[in-house]
Design a binder for this molecule. Structure first.
Ligand code: NAD
Length: 499
Protein backbone atom coordinates (compact mmCIF):
# COMPACT_ATOMS: atom_id res chain seq x y z
CA UNK A 1 0.00 0.00 0.00
CA UNK A 2 1.60 3.29 -0.95
CA UNK A 3 -1.36 5.60 -0.51
CA UNK A 4 -4.26 5.82 1.87
CA UNK A 5 -6.72 4.99 -0.91
CA UNK A 6 -4.83 1.84 -1.75
CA UNK A 7 -4.68 0.98 1.94
CA UNK A 8 -8.41 1.44 2.20
CA UNK A 9 -9.29 -0.72 -0.82
CA UNK A 10 -6.63 -3.23 0.10
CA UNK A 11 -8.06 -3.63 3.60
CA UNK A 12 -11.63 -3.92 2.38
CA UNK A 13 -10.71 -6.53 -0.24
CA UNK A 14 -8.89 -8.79 2.22
CA UNK A 15 -10.79 -11.75 3.49
CA UNK A 16 -7.86 -13.14 5.48
CA UNK A 17 -5.34 -11.40 7.73
CA UNK A 18 -3.57 -8.31 6.40
CA UNK A 19 0.20 -7.91 6.58
CA UNK A 20 1.37 -4.55 7.91
CA UNK A 21 4.54 -2.92 6.57
CA UNK A 22 6.73 -0.29 8.17
CA UNK A 23 6.45 3.27 6.90
CA UNK A 24 10.01 4.53 6.45
CA UNK A 25 11.36 7.37 4.31
CA UNK A 26 7.85 8.24 3.15
CA UNK A 27 7.11 4.74 1.80
CA UNK A 28 5.67 1.48 3.03
CA UNK A 29 8.44 -1.08 2.87
CA UNK A 30 8.29 -4.86 3.10
CA UNK A 31 10.40 -6.43 5.87
CA UNK A 32 13.96 -6.98 4.67
CA UNK A 33 17.34 -7.85 6.20
CA UNK A 34 16.99 -9.73 9.46
CA UNK A 35 13.37 -8.49 9.90
CA UNK A 36 12.37 -10.61 6.88
CA UNK A 37 13.86 -13.69 8.52
CA UNK A 38 12.36 -13.15 11.96
CA UNK A 39 8.86 -14.37 12.63
CA UNK A 40 5.90 -12.03 12.26
CA UNK A 41 3.69 -11.02 15.19
CA UNK A 42 -0.03 -11.76 15.14
CA UNK A 43 -2.82 -9.38 16.08
CA UNK A 44 -6.29 -10.62 17.00
CA UNK A 45 -9.68 -8.94 16.97
CA UNK A 46 -10.73 -8.68 20.64
CA UNK A 47 -14.46 -8.92 19.89
CA UNK A 48 -14.15 -12.24 18.05
CA UNK A 49 -10.71 -13.61 18.83
CA UNK A 50 -9.90 -14.05 15.11
CA UNK A 51 -6.52 -13.22 13.61
CA UNK A 52 -6.88 -9.95 11.67
CA UNK A 53 -3.34 -8.95 10.73
CA UNK A 54 0.30 -9.72 11.10
CA UNK A 55 3.09 -7.23 11.67
CA UNK A 56 6.84 -7.41 11.41
CA UNK A 57 8.92 -7.60 14.57
CA UNK A 58 11.34 -4.97 13.30
CA UNK A 59 14.89 -5.99 14.10
CA UNK A 60 17.70 -3.64 15.23
CA UNK A 61 19.19 -3.21 11.71
CA UNK A 62 15.83 -2.04 10.33
CA UNK A 63 15.26 0.14 13.41
CA UNK A 64 18.57 1.82 12.65
CA UNK A 65 17.55 2.34 9.03
CA UNK A 66 14.39 4.13 10.19
CA UNK A 67 16.40 6.28 12.62
CA UNK A 68 18.83 7.19 9.83
CA UNK A 69 15.92 8.32 7.68
CA UNK A 70 14.68 10.54 10.50
CA UNK A 71 18.20 11.87 11.04
CA UNK A 72 18.68 12.72 7.35
CA UNK A 73 15.33 14.52 7.27
CA UNK A 74 16.07 16.55 10.41
CA UNK A 75 18.28 19.37 9.03
CA UNK A 76 15.78 20.57 6.44
CA UNK A 77 12.61 19.93 8.50
CA UNK A 78 14.05 21.73 11.52
CA UNK A 79 14.75 24.76 9.30
CA UNK A 80 11.23 25.02 7.87
CA UNK A 81 9.29 28.05 9.03
CA UNK A 82 6.59 27.71 11.66
CA UNK A 83 4.04 28.70 9.01
CA UNK A 84 5.17 25.83 6.76
CA UNK A 85 5.00 23.26 9.52
CA UNK A 86 1.67 24.63 10.64
CA UNK A 87 0.22 24.26 7.13
CA UNK A 88 1.47 20.67 6.89
CA UNK A 89 -0.05 19.71 10.24
CA UNK A 90 -3.30 21.37 9.28
CA UNK A 91 -3.45 19.20 6.15
CA UNK A 92 -2.81 16.11 8.30
CA UNK A 93 -5.63 17.11 10.63
CA UNK A 94 -8.03 17.71 7.70
CA UNK A 95 -7.20 14.40 6.03
CA UNK A 96 -7.66 12.55 9.28
CA UNK A 97 -11.02 14.23 9.73
CA UNK A 98 -12.04 13.20 6.20
CA UNK A 99 -11.11 9.60 6.99
CA UNK A 100 -12.74 9.60 10.44
CA UNK A 101 -14.91 6.56 9.87
CA UNK A 102 -12.13 4.41 8.38
CA UNK A 103 -9.94 5.13 11.41
CA UNK A 104 -12.78 4.70 13.90
CA UNK A 105 -13.88 1.36 12.48
CA UNK A 106 -10.33 0.03 12.53
CA UNK A 107 -9.62 1.38 16.00
CA UNK A 108 -12.72 -0.32 17.34
CA UNK A 109 -11.95 -3.58 15.50
CA UNK A 110 -8.32 -3.60 16.58
CA UNK A 111 -8.62 -2.46 20.21
CA UNK A 112 -12.02 -3.84 21.19
CA UNK A 113 -13.48 -0.47 22.18
CA UNK A 114 -16.97 0.53 21.06
CA UNK A 115 -17.30 2.35 17.76
CA UNK A 116 -18.71 5.37 19.56
CA UNK A 117 -15.66 5.58 21.82
CA UNK A 118 -13.35 5.10 18.82
CA UNK A 119 -15.00 8.06 17.05
CA UNK A 120 -14.35 10.28 20.08
CA UNK A 121 -10.69 9.28 20.03
CA UNK A 122 -10.29 9.92 16.29
CA UNK A 123 -11.77 13.38 16.86
CA UNK A 124 -9.22 13.93 19.60
CA UNK A 125 -6.43 12.81 17.29
CA UNK A 126 -7.65 15.37 14.73
CA UNK A 127 -7.51 18.01 17.49
CA UNK A 128 -3.95 17.02 18.40
CA UNK A 129 -2.80 18.07 14.92
CA UNK A 130 -5.01 21.16 14.64
CA UNK A 131 -4.05 22.35 18.14
CA UNK A 132 -0.28 22.16 17.60
CA UNK A 133 -0.59 23.55 14.07
CA UNK A 134 -1.82 26.81 15.59
CA UNK A 135 0.07 26.68 18.90
CA UNK A 136 3.43 27.15 17.18
CA UNK A 137 2.19 30.26 15.38
CA UNK A 138 1.55 32.09 18.63
CA UNK A 139 4.70 31.31 20.55
CA UNK A 140 6.61 34.28 21.85
CA UNK A 141 9.93 34.77 23.54
CA UNK A 142 10.32 37.43 26.19
CA UNK A 143 13.56 39.42 26.19
CA UNK A 144 14.86 40.99 29.41
CA UNK A 145 17.32 43.78 30.00
CA UNK A 146 19.87 43.17 32.77
CA UNK A 147 20.69 46.47 34.48
CA UNK A 148 21.08 48.20 31.13
CA UNK A 149 24.20 46.08 30.54
CA UNK A 150 22.93 43.11 28.58
CA UNK A 151 19.85 42.00 26.77
CA UNK A 152 18.96 38.38 27.38
CA UNK A 153 16.49 36.06 25.67
CA UNK A 154 15.69 32.37 25.33
CA UNK A 155 16.38 30.81 21.99
CA UNK A 156 14.80 27.42 21.35
CA UNK A 157 15.64 24.91 18.67
CA UNK A 158 14.25 21.48 17.83
CA UNK A 159 15.90 18.82 20.01
CA UNK A 160 16.51 16.31 17.18
CA UNK A 161 15.27 12.82 16.41
CA UNK A 162 12.69 11.30 18.75
CA UNK A 163 11.48 7.83 19.60
CA UNK A 164 7.71 8.02 20.12
CA UNK A 165 6.34 4.91 21.82
CA UNK A 166 2.71 4.33 22.73
CA UNK A 167 0.47 1.74 24.43
CA UNK A 168 -2.60 -0.17 23.25
CA UNK A 169 -5.47 1.47 25.12
CA UNK A 170 -5.99 4.58 22.96
CA UNK A 171 -3.71 3.76 20.06
CA UNK A 172 -4.32 6.59 17.59
CA UNK A 173 -5.03 9.31 20.11
CA UNK A 174 -1.91 8.69 22.20
CA UNK A 175 0.44 8.26 19.25
CA UNK A 176 -0.75 11.47 17.61
CA UNK A 177 -0.47 13.26 20.98
CA UNK A 178 3.27 12.70 20.48
CA UNK A 179 3.65 12.97 16.70
CA UNK A 180 1.81 16.30 16.41
CA UNK A 181 3.97 18.34 18.82
CA UNK A 182 7.15 16.52 17.75
CA UNK A 183 6.70 17.59 14.14
CA UNK A 184 5.27 20.99 15.05
CA UNK A 185 8.38 21.93 17.02
CA UNK A 186 10.64 20.89 14.13
CA UNK A 187 11.81 17.46 15.27
CA UNK A 188 11.72 14.26 13.25
CA UNK A 189 10.73 10.86 14.62
CA UNK A 190 10.52 7.13 14.57
CA UNK A 191 7.18 6.12 16.08
CA UNK A 192 6.36 2.67 17.41
CA UNK A 193 2.79 1.82 18.38
CA UNK A 194 1.97 -1.11 20.63
CA UNK A 195 2.31 -4.50 18.95
CA UNK A 196 -1.23 -5.21 20.24
CA UNK A 197 -2.86 -2.37 18.27
CA UNK A 198 -0.86 -1.26 15.25
CA UNK A 199 -3.52 -0.80 12.58
CA UNK A 200 -4.37 2.89 12.86
CA UNK A 201 -0.65 3.76 13.05
CA UNK A 202 -0.24 1.81 9.81
CA UNK A 203 -3.04 3.84 8.20
CA UNK A 204 -1.48 7.09 9.43
CA UNK A 205 1.46 6.59 7.04
CA UNK A 206 -0.94 7.12 4.13
CA UNK A 207 -2.23 10.34 5.73
CA UNK A 208 1.32 11.69 6.05
CA UNK A 209 2.03 10.85 2.40
CA UNK A 210 -1.12 12.60 1.20
CA UNK A 211 -0.48 15.62 3.41
CA UNK A 212 2.96 16.05 1.86
CA UNK A 213 5.02 15.47 5.00
CA UNK A 214 8.56 15.17 3.58
CA UNK A 215 10.00 11.63 3.50
CA UNK A 216 11.81 10.63 6.68
CA UNK A 217 10.24 13.30 8.90
CA UNK A 218 7.95 10.71 10.45
CA UNK A 219 8.69 6.99 10.25
CA UNK A 220 6.42 4.35 11.75
CA UNK A 221 7.78 0.96 12.63
CA UNK A 222 6.13 -2.11 14.12
CA UNK A 223 7.30 -4.67 16.59
CA UNK A 224 7.43 -5.65 20.23
CA UNK A 225 9.03 -3.79 23.10
CA UNK A 226 11.93 -6.12 23.87
CA UNK A 227 13.33 -6.10 20.32
CA UNK A 228 12.03 -3.08 18.40
CA UNK A 229 11.26 -0.66 21.23
CA UNK A 230 14.47 -1.33 23.12
CA UNK A 231 16.66 -0.93 20.00
CA UNK A 232 14.93 2.37 19.26
CA UNK A 233 15.31 3.82 22.74
CA UNK A 234 18.92 2.69 23.15
CA UNK A 235 20.17 4.16 19.88
CA UNK A 236 22.71 6.95 20.43
CA UNK A 237 21.17 8.74 17.41
CA UNK A 238 17.91 9.20 19.30
CA UNK A 239 17.89 12.57 21.07
CA UNK A 240 14.71 12.08 23.02
CA UNK A 241 12.02 9.61 23.99
CA UNK A 242 8.37 10.38 24.53
CA UNK A 243 6.87 7.25 26.02
CA UNK A 244 3.43 6.34 27.28
CA UNK A 245 2.93 2.92 28.84
CA UNK A 246 3.46 0.91 31.99
CA UNK A 247 5.68 1.93 34.89
CA UNK A 248 7.98 -1.11 34.60
CA UNK A 249 8.60 -0.29 30.93
CA UNK A 250 9.28 3.32 31.94
CA UNK A 251 11.95 2.08 34.34
CA UNK A 252 13.47 -0.12 31.59
CA UNK A 253 13.53 2.87 29.23
CA UNK A 254 15.28 5.01 31.82
CA UNK A 255 17.94 2.33 32.13
CA UNK A 256 18.35 2.00 28.36
CA UNK A 257 18.78 5.76 28.03
CA UNK A 258 20.94 6.25 31.12
CA UNK A 259 24.24 6.54 29.25
CA UNK A 260 23.03 9.64 27.40
CA UNK A 261 22.44 12.29 30.04
CA UNK A 262 21.11 14.82 27.54
CA UNK A 263 18.50 12.49 26.07
CA UNK A 264 15.09 14.06 26.67
CA UNK A 265 12.77 11.68 28.49
CA UNK A 266 9.08 12.19 28.88
CA UNK A 267 7.51 9.21 30.64
CA UNK A 268 3.72 8.97 31.00
CA UNK A 269 3.11 5.84 33.05
CA UNK A 270 0.55 3.81 34.94
CA UNK A 271 -2.01 4.77 37.55
CA UNK A 272 -4.33 3.38 40.20
CA UNK A 273 -6.49 6.41 40.62
CA UNK A 274 -8.80 7.20 43.55
CA UNK A 275 -12.34 8.56 43.33
CA UNK A 276 -13.19 10.32 46.58
CA UNK A 277 -16.94 10.64 47.23
CA UNK A 278 -18.06 12.94 50.05
CA UNK A 279 -21.54 12.56 51.54
CA UNK A 280 -22.59 16.04 50.36
CA UNK A 281 -22.24 14.85 46.76
CA UNK A 282 -25.03 12.34 47.40
CA UNK A 283 -27.59 15.07 48.14
CA UNK A 284 -30.62 14.74 45.84
CA UNK A 285 -29.79 17.71 43.58
CA UNK A 286 -26.36 16.35 42.59
CA UNK A 287 -26.69 12.62 43.25
CA UNK A 288 -27.23 11.68 39.61
CA UNK A 289 -24.09 13.56 38.59
CA UNK A 290 -22.00 11.93 41.31
CA UNK A 291 -23.02 8.43 40.28
CA UNK A 292 -22.62 9.21 36.57
CA UNK A 293 -19.13 10.73 36.95
CA UNK A 294 -17.89 7.93 39.23
CA UNK A 295 -19.25 5.30 36.82
CA UNK A 296 -17.79 6.95 33.75
CA UNK A 297 -14.42 7.33 35.47
CA UNK A 298 -14.50 3.65 36.40
CA UNK A 299 -15.78 1.99 33.24
CA UNK A 300 -15.17 4.16 30.18
CA UNK A 301 -13.28 2.18 27.53
CA UNK A 302 -13.65 -0.99 29.68
CA UNK A 303 -11.55 0.70 32.38
CA UNK A 304 -8.64 0.74 29.94
CA UNK A 305 -7.76 4.40 30.41
CA UNK A 306 -4.78 5.32 32.55
CA UNK A 307 -6.94 8.03 34.18
CA UNK A 308 -9.76 5.71 35.28
CA UNK A 309 -10.79 5.89 38.93
CA UNK A 310 -10.63 2.27 40.08
CA UNK A 311 -10.38 2.80 43.86
CA UNK A 312 -13.59 4.44 45.03
CA UNK A 313 -13.67 5.79 48.60
CA UNK A 314 -17.02 6.92 50.02
CA UNK A 315 -17.71 8.87 53.22
CA UNK A 316 -19.30 6.43 55.64
CA UNK A 317 -22.67 8.14 56.04
CA UNK A 318 -23.32 7.84 52.28
CA UNK A 319 -21.60 4.50 51.73
CA UNK A 320 -24.51 2.07 51.52
CA UNK A 321 -26.64 4.44 49.39
CA UNK A 322 -23.70 4.95 47.05
CA UNK A 323 -22.95 1.24 46.66
CA UNK A 324 -26.59 0.45 45.92
CA UNK A 325 -27.21 3.30 43.48
CA UNK A 326 -23.84 3.01 41.75
CA UNK A 327 -24.40 -0.71 41.18
CA UNK A 328 -27.90 -0.15 39.80
CA UNK A 329 -26.65 2.60 37.47
CA UNK A 330 -23.74 0.58 36.12
CA UNK A 331 -25.97 -2.44 35.61
CA UNK A 332 -28.34 -0.35 33.52
CA UNK A 333 -25.85 1.73 31.52
CA UNK A 334 -22.71 -0.39 31.05
CA UNK A 335 -23.77 -3.32 28.96
CA UNK A 336 -21.25 -5.75 27.54
CA UNK A 337 -21.30 -5.71 23.75
CA UNK A 338 -23.20 -2.41 23.64
CA UNK A 339 -21.64 0.30 25.79
CA UNK A 340 -18.78 -1.88 27.03
CA UNK A 341 -16.30 -3.23 24.50
CA UNK A 342 -14.02 -6.25 24.63
CA UNK A 343 -10.66 -6.08 26.41
CA UNK A 344 -7.66 -5.53 24.17
CA UNK A 345 -5.99 -8.96 24.12
CA UNK A 346 -6.20 -12.46 25.50
CA UNK A 347 -3.14 -11.70 27.68
CA UNK A 348 -4.95 -8.73 29.20
CA UNK A 349 -8.13 -10.80 29.60
CA UNK A 350 -6.09 -13.38 31.55
CA UNK A 351 -4.53 -10.68 33.71
CA UNK A 352 -7.94 -9.26 34.70
CA UNK A 353 -9.34 -12.76 35.20
CA UNK A 354 -6.54 -13.58 37.68
CA UNK A 355 -7.42 -10.54 39.81
CA UNK A 356 -11.09 -11.57 39.81
CA UNK A 357 -10.16 -15.10 40.87
CA UNK A 358 -8.13 -13.55 43.67
CA UNK A 359 -11.21 -11.55 44.69
CA UNK A 360 -13.16 -14.82 44.94
CA UNK A 361 -10.34 -16.41 46.96
CA UNK A 362 -10.15 -13.41 49.29
CA UNK A 363 -13.94 -13.48 49.77
CA UNK A 364 -14.59 -9.99 48.43
CA UNK A 365 -18.26 -9.14 47.83
CA UNK A 366 -19.17 -8.98 44.12
CA UNK A 367 -22.00 -6.46 43.63
CA UNK A 368 -21.65 -6.85 39.89
CA UNK A 369 -19.52 -9.16 37.73
CA UNK A 370 -17.81 -12.44 38.46
CA UNK A 371 -14.55 -14.22 37.65
CA UNK A 372 -14.80 -15.04 33.92
CA UNK A 373 -13.83 -18.43 32.46
CA UNK A 374 -10.43 -19.32 31.02
CA UNK A 375 -10.45 -18.88 27.26
CA UNK A 376 -8.88 -21.29 24.81
CA UNK A 377 -5.69 -20.06 23.19
CA UNK A 378 -7.60 -19.46 19.93
CA UNK A 379 -9.90 -17.18 21.96
CA UNK A 380 -12.72 -17.70 19.48
CA UNK A 381 -15.36 -16.26 21.81
CA UNK A 382 -13.73 -12.85 22.05
CA UNK A 383 -12.39 -11.28 25.23
CA UNK A 384 -15.45 -10.04 27.12
CA UNK A 385 -15.47 -9.12 30.81
CA UNK A 386 -18.45 -7.71 32.67
CA UNK A 387 -17.94 -4.51 34.68
CA UNK A 388 -17.13 -5.61 38.21
CA UNK A 389 -17.90 -3.83 41.48
CA UNK A 390 -16.22 -5.17 44.62
CA UNK A 391 -16.46 -4.29 48.30
CA UNK A 392 -14.77 -5.84 51.35
CA UNK A 393 -11.36 -5.86 49.70
CA UNK A 394 -8.48 -5.50 52.18
CA UNK A 395 -6.26 -2.42 51.94
CA UNK A 396 -3.19 -4.56 51.33
CA UNK A 397 -4.79 -6.82 48.71
CA UNK A 398 -3.14 -6.76 45.27
CA UNK A 399 -6.59 -5.84 43.94
CA UNK A 400 -6.33 -2.50 45.78
CA UNK A 401 -2.65 -1.94 45.07
CA UNK A 402 -1.96 -3.04 41.48
CA UNK A 403 -3.06 -1.31 38.32
CA UNK A 404 -5.54 -3.83 36.88
CA UNK A 405 -6.37 -1.58 33.90
CA UNK A 406 -9.77 -3.17 33.39
CA UNK A 407 -13.39 -2.62 34.40
CA UNK A 408 -12.87 -3.60 38.04
CA UNK A 409 -13.52 -1.17 40.90
CA UNK A 410 -13.33 -1.48 44.64
CA UNK A 411 -15.50 0.61 46.98
CA UNK A 412 -14.25 1.35 50.50
CA UNK A 413 -15.75 3.57 53.23
CA UNK A 414 -13.86 6.36 55.06
CA UNK A 415 -14.66 8.19 58.28
CA UNK A 416 -13.53 11.75 57.70
CA UNK A 417 -11.71 14.06 55.30
CA UNK A 418 -8.29 13.30 56.71
CA UNK A 419 -8.74 9.57 56.31
CA UNK A 420 -10.18 10.03 52.81
CA UNK A 421 -7.08 11.94 51.70
CA UNK A 422 -4.79 9.42 53.35
CA UNK A 423 -6.49 6.48 51.60
CA UNK A 424 -6.52 8.27 48.25
CA UNK A 425 -2.79 8.98 48.49
CA UNK A 426 -1.91 5.48 49.69
CA UNK A 427 -0.49 4.33 46.35
CA UNK A 428 2.85 4.20 44.55
CA UNK A 429 1.06 5.95 41.67
CA UNK A 430 0.00 9.58 41.33
CA UNK A 431 -1.57 10.10 37.94
CA UNK A 432 -5.14 11.26 38.46
CA UNK A 433 -7.77 11.71 41.17
CA UNK A 434 -11.49 12.41 41.08
CA UNK A 435 -13.08 14.43 43.86
CA UNK A 436 -16.86 14.47 44.30
CA UNK A 437 -18.14 17.12 46.69
CA UNK A 438 -20.34 20.23 46.67
CA UNK A 439 -18.28 22.07 49.29
CA UNK A 440 -16.31 24.80 47.49
CA UNK A 441 -13.71 25.16 50.25
CA UNK A 442 -13.18 21.41 50.33
CA UNK A 443 -12.67 21.29 46.57
CA UNK A 444 -9.52 23.36 47.00
CA UNK A 445 -8.48 22.09 50.44
CA UNK A 446 -8.65 18.41 49.47
CA UNK A 447 -7.83 18.90 45.79
CA UNK A 448 -4.53 20.57 46.68
CA UNK A 449 -3.50 17.68 48.94
CA UNK A 450 -4.16 14.85 46.51
CA UNK A 451 -0.96 13.35 45.16
CA UNK A 452 -1.96 13.32 41.52
CA UNK A 453 -0.84 15.17 38.40
CA UNK A 454 -4.48 15.65 37.36
CA UNK A 455 -7.38 16.28 39.74
CA UNK A 456 -10.94 16.45 38.45
CA UNK A 457 -13.68 17.86 40.69
CA UNK A 458 -17.24 16.70 39.87
CA UNK A 459 -16.12 15.86 36.34
CA UNK A 460 -13.67 13.57 34.59
CA UNK A 461 -11.53 13.50 31.44
CA UNK A 462 -12.20 17.15 30.61
CA UNK A 463 -9.05 18.31 28.83
CA UNK A 464 -7.63 21.45 27.32
CA UNK A 465 -4.56 20.58 25.28
CA UNK A 466 -2.42 23.34 26.74
CA UNK A 467 -2.73 22.20 30.36
CA UNK A 468 0.13 20.15 31.83
CA UNK A 469 -0.55 16.43 31.49
CA UNK A 470 1.45 13.91 33.49
CA UNK A 471 1.80 12.11 36.77
CA UNK A 472 3.51 12.25 40.15
CA UNK A 473 5.35 9.43 41.94
CA UNK A 474 5.57 6.23 39.83
CA UNK A 475 3.11 7.61 37.28
CA UNK A 476 5.77 9.42 35.34
CA UNK A 477 8.11 12.28 34.85
CA UNK A 478 7.75 15.35 32.68
CA UNK A 479 4.58 17.01 31.46
CA UNK A 480 3.10 17.17 27.97
CA UNK A 481 0.62 19.61 26.43
CA UNK A 482 1.07 23.11 24.95
CA UNK A 483 4.26 24.72 26.19
CA UNK A 484 5.11 21.60 28.22
CA UNK A 485 5.33 19.62 24.96
CA UNK A 486 7.53 22.41 23.65
CA UNK A 487 9.89 21.74 26.58
CA UNK A 488 10.02 18.05 25.62
CA UNK A 489 10.79 18.64 21.95
CA UNK A 490 13.10 21.66 22.06
CA UNK A 491 16.43 22.62 23.59
CA UNK A 492 16.87 26.06 25.07
CA UNK A 493 19.88 28.33 25.12
CA UNK A 494 19.90 31.66 26.88
CA UNK A 495 21.59 34.37 24.85
CA UNK A 496 23.21 37.42 26.43
CA UNK A 497 23.86 40.36 24.10
CA UNK A 498 25.55 43.61 25.06
CA UNK A 499 22.97 46.37 25.45
P1 NAD B 1 3.68 -1.32 28.00
O1 NAD B 1 4.58 -0.52 28.87
O2 NAD B 1 3.71 -2.78 28.08
O3 NAD B 1 3.95 -0.98 26.45
C1 NAD B 1 3.89 0.34 25.96
C2 NAD B 1 4.77 0.46 24.73
O4 NAD B 1 6.13 0.27 25.11
C3 NAD B 1 4.48 -0.58 23.65
O5 NAD B 1 4.60 0.02 22.39
C4 NAD B 1 5.58 -1.61 23.88
O6 NAD B 1 5.91 -2.35 22.74
C5 NAD B 1 6.74 -0.69 24.28
N1 NAD B 1 7.80 -1.34 25.06
C6 NAD B 1 7.71 -2.39 25.91
N2 NAD B 1 8.93 -2.67 26.43
C7 NAD B 1 9.80 -1.77 25.91
C8 NAD B 1 11.20 -1.52 26.08
N3 NAD B 1 11.95 -2.28 26.89
N4 NAD B 1 11.75 -0.49 25.42
C9 NAD B 1 11.00 0.28 24.62
N5 NAD B 1 9.69 0.10 24.40
C10 NAD B 1 9.08 -0.92 25.05
O7 NAD B 1 2.22 -0.76 28.26
P2 NAD B 1 0.85 -1.29 27.66
O8 NAD B 1 0.52 -2.57 28.33
O9 NAD B 1 0.90 -1.20 26.18
O10 NAD B 1 -0.16 -0.14 28.14
C11 NAD B 1 -0.76 -0.10 29.40
C12 NAD B 1 -0.04 0.85 30.33
O11 NAD B 1 0.02 2.15 29.75
C13 NAD B 1 -0.79 1.03 31.63
O12 NAD B 1 0.13 0.98 32.69
C14 NAD B 1 -1.38 2.42 31.51
O13 NAD B 1 -1.64 3.08 32.73
C15 NAD B 1 -0.34 3.11 30.75
N6 NAD B 1 -0.85 4.33 30.13
C16 NAD B 1 -0.44 5.53 30.65
C17 NAD B 1 -0.94 6.71 30.12
C18 NAD B 1 -0.52 8.05 30.65
O14 NAD B 1 -0.78 9.04 29.98
N7 NAD B 1 0.11 8.14 31.80
C19 NAD B 1 -1.86 6.66 29.06
C20 NAD B 1 -2.25 5.41 28.58
C21 NAD B 1 -1.73 4.25 29.12
Amino acid sequence: CDTLDKARSFLSSCSGPVSLHNFVGGKYIAPHGSSAKSSQLNSFEPKTGRLIYTLPCTQPDAVEEAINNAKSAFPSWSRTTRAERSATLRRVSELLQQNRELFAVWESTDQGKTLERARVEVDRAVSNFSYFSTFILHEQTAARMIDGVALTYEHRSPAGVFALISPWNMPLYLLTWKIAPCLAFGCTAVAKPSEVTSMTAFLLGGIFQKAGVPPGVINIIFGDGATTGAALVASPLINGVSFTGGTQTGIAIRRLAAHQIGKHLSLELGGKNPTLVFADSMEPSVRERTIRVAAMAAFENQGEICLCGSRIYVEKSAYSDFVREFTAYVKEKYIVGQTVGAVASIQHYDKIRRYLELAVEQKATFHLGSAPPTLHEDGTQGYWIEPTILTDVAKDSAIQIDEIFGAVVTITPFDNEEEGIQLANDSEYGLAAILLTTDGARMRRVGEQLEAGLVWVNCWLVRELGTPFGGMKNSGTGREGGEHSRDVFTVVRTLHLPA
